[in-house]
Design a protein around this ligand. Structure first.
Ligand code: NAI
Ligand code: MG
Length: 351
């Protein structure tokens, strides 16, 4: 398998190093595991040097790979909308990675007060190519009293149907019975009513599954109050983005949450990345938690058919957390990124 690796900025680079060490460990254990990685320094550094986040032919270069392992981007020298819209968005949109899959699963040994239950296990399916994250709109009357901005949400029947199907297929595969839809159709009366209609219509094709629909403001409260009751959550781009950071928080923080930007038809490469960003507040100190990145590697391997290796990595992460001796600062310890990475590599050897 050919994997394109984009570490990005800040802690993206730091946590990616550990994920690559885990991959090396797997290769040591299985000599004929054929994985070719190519590292691309498409980052804010690259932008400062070349005026571009990625080269003109960046997407065509990536199209040659089976999957992309991404770190995180964001650096105060470059506006956030430039880093996002010139690197992550084109990859997600061009490769039709319309499923943003974000598992939310309790892990052992995490004692954050936000962790309200030890049996949380659900998945968020965030629509990833349209919705609120569109570049349609604009600003008018700049610097005048009547200045205004318009941001259009673009939802298509195909887009909504696709994400609902992905969520339902996953629910059936993993024996779940309820799919929860995040909406706000009481206030956002065009796009969100359309969302509700398309979700309900598509769900009719899955009579085994029950549809539960909540307004997003109530749903965020339920995420805190009873996260263990959810099974599969389907949401638009913006709502899914917000819900997944909250999902991370209820299992112990952003350092623990992986994600996949998936093209289910496998026509294009899918991209795997932690939910978190480049964390400028801790970057350069070697204290970031690499688990989200290592778990993202696990999802990538699973997507490419090696669910056995995915399982090995997830079990190794769980073992290290359960033993509790090596913990980074975000989960109440003092271990460095490298120490956490090394502990997971060791555990991988014994899994
Ligand atoms: P962030 O996720 O980078 O950080 C939020 C908080 O979580 C910070 O306090 C950070 O220290 C902590 N945190 C995040 N990951 C951690 C880890 N692995 N270990 C320990 N602590 C961790 O989000 P923020 O601060 O909103 O954004 C920072 C930059 O990242 C911005 O430039 C933003 O645009 C970018 N960003 C990029 C994303 C991506 O590359 N896909 C996603 C989210 C944000
Ligand atoms: Mg986010």
């Amino acid at each position: 398998m050919k994997i394109a690796v984009i570490p990005g900025d800040g802690i993206g680079k730091e946590v990616m190093k550990e994920a690559l060490l885990v991959l090396e460990t797997l290769q040591e254990l299985e000599e004929d595991l054929s994985v070719d990685t190519t590292i691309f320094d498409w980052s804010s550094d690259n932008y400062m040097r070349t005026g571009k986040m990625m080269p003109e032919d960046g997407l065509s270069i990536l199209s040659e790979y089976d999957a992309i392992l991404f770190g995180a981007i964001g650096d105060k020298r470059v506006p956030d909308d430039v880093t996002v819209w010139e690197l992550i968005m084109p990859i997600r949109k061009q490769f039709n990675q319309y499923v943003n899959f974000r598992p939310v699963k309790s892990l052992p040994g995490i004692t954050s007060p936000l962790v309200r239950a030890d049996n949380i296990d659900f998945a968020i399916f965030r629509e990833n190519t349209e919705g609120e994250y569109s570049n349609s709109g604009g600003r008018l009357y700049m610097d005048k009293p009547q200045e205004l901005a318009i941001q259009n949400t673009v939802m298509t029947k195909t887009g909504i149907t696709n994400i609902v199907s992905a969520a339902c297929d996953y629910a059936l595969k993993y024996g779940k019975s309820t799919v929860t839809s995040a909406t706000k159709s009481n206030a956002v009366i065009h796009t969100m009513k359309f969302w509700d209609d398309c979700v309900a219509e598509q769900m009719k094709k899955y009579p085994e599954l029950q549809l539960q629909s909540y307004y997003i403001d109530a749903l965020v409260a339920y995420f805190i109050e009873r996260p263990q009751e959810f099974e599969v959550v389907v949401a638009s781009n913006l709502f899914g983005d917000i819900l997944s950071d909250l999902g991370s928080a209820v299992i112990g923080g952003l350092g623990l949450s992986p994600s996949g930007n998936i093209n289910p038809e496998r026509i294009y490469p899918s991209m795997f990345e932690p939910v978190h960003g480049s964390a400028p507040d801790i970057a350069g100190r070697g204290i970031a938690n690499p688990i989200a990145q290592i778990w993202s590697l696990a999802l990538l391997l699973g997507h490419l058919g090696r669910t056995d290796l995915e399982k090995v990595i997830v079990t190794a992460i769980e073992q290290v957390l359960e033993a509790g001796e090596v913990k980074t600062a975000d989960i109440g310890g003092a271990a460095t990124t490298a120490e956490m990475g090394a502990a997971i590599c060791e555990a991988v050897k014994s899994c």
